[in-house]
Design a protein around this ligand. Structure first.
Ligand SMILES: NC(=O)c1ccc[n+]([C@@H]2O[C@H](COP(=O)([O-])OP(=O)(O)OC[C@H]3O[C@@H](n4cnc5c(N)ncnc54)[C@H](OP(=O)(O)O)[C@@H]3O)[C@@H](O)[C@H]2O)c1
Length: 250
């Protein structure tokens, strides 16, 4: 269905959770995947699983808060792989806090990871994609970019920024065969959310907001990304695809 065979993909934040699932799905579909995270050691499991799924894998330590690292790693990958066709900006963090408890470090860390990192990864790779006449850039936003969620103002702001960043970049690069889109998942049980979801009251409050009555899974997001990464999604540009069981519809 989704033709990504032979493409080279870079997935940031691929050591765990959603990024890991995306890397494996792309590898299974015939991509060569470059996977990154702050620690190269933490990428080993994902690398093994991608190889088992049949894909070639390259790993790199890349802290997306560090613009020099972004410049260095993307340059290295372009020279080693020849091209990067698909960029999945997945690395992200959340530090839920009521408004009055948000300090400058909290704000900077969230925005530098969730927004600035993704922008500069895209900036580094878009010109080479344009030269090849094909590119797919996918931002892992969140339903929190579409609605307000109590105690998550900074996270909501950062994920909302990605949705409009995808629109603006998609407009600017469309003429080169590049699409830029965002995916907006609801709650998924990963390292990011586990502590909160283990609180039965919080979990119940989440489930009552999802018409489908269940959490999303990392596989749900990986399939959405696979579609947006494919050749067949070429007319889908500047869009946000909710993977939220209906949370944001009511
Ligand atoms: N789980 C959910 O409910 C949910 C819902 C909607 C959207 N999302 C989004 O989905 C993405 C993945 O989240 P997840 O749930 O899979 O969480 P996760 O398991 O905590 O994964 C986050 C990934 O990002 C990496 N990372 C964190 N800071 C980084 C940095 N400065 N530089 C590079 N990599 C960094 C982590 O790797 P290292 O620690 O090894 O660096 C890890 O692989 C995030 O953008 C998140 O906002 C999650």
């Amino acid at each position: 269905m989704s033709n990504v065979e032979g493409r080279n993909a870079l997935v940031t934040g691929a050591s765990t959770g959603i990024g890991q699932a995306i890397a494996i799905r792309l590898a299974e579909a015939g991509c060569s995947v470059a996977i990154t995270g702050r620690s190269e050691a933490r990428l080993k499991e994902t690398a093994d699983l991608c190889r088992r799924a049949g894909g070639a894998v390259t790993t790199r330590a890349l802290d997306v808060r560090d613009l020099d690292q972004i410049a260095g790693v993307t340059k290295e990958l372009l020279s080693e792989l020849g091209r990067v066709d698909i960029l999945v900006n997945n690395a992200g963090i959340n530090r839920p806090a009521p408004t009055q408890d948000v300090d400058r470090d909290n704000w900077d860390d969230l925005f530098n990871t969730n927004v600035r990192g993704g922008f500069f990864c895209a900036q580094a790779l878009l010109p080479a994609m344009a030269r090849n006449g094909f590119g797919r850039v996918i931002f892992i936003s969140s339903q929190s970019g579409l609605v307000g969620i109590r105690g998550q103002s900074v996270y909501c702001a950062s994920k909302g920024a990605l949705i409009n960043l995808a629109r603006a970049l998609g407009v600017e690069w469309a003429e080169y065969g590049i699409t830029v889109n965002a995916v907006a998942p609801t709650f998924i049980d990963t390292e990011l959310t586990r502590e909160r979801l283990n609180d039965p009251e919080f979990r119940r409050s989440v489930l009552t907001k999802i018409p489908k009555g269940e959490l999303a899974t990392v596989a749900d997001v990986a399939y959405a990304v696979l579609y947006l990464a494919s050749e067949q999604s070429g007319m889908v540009n500047c869009a946000t695809l909710p993977v939220d069981g209906g949370w944001t519809a009511w």
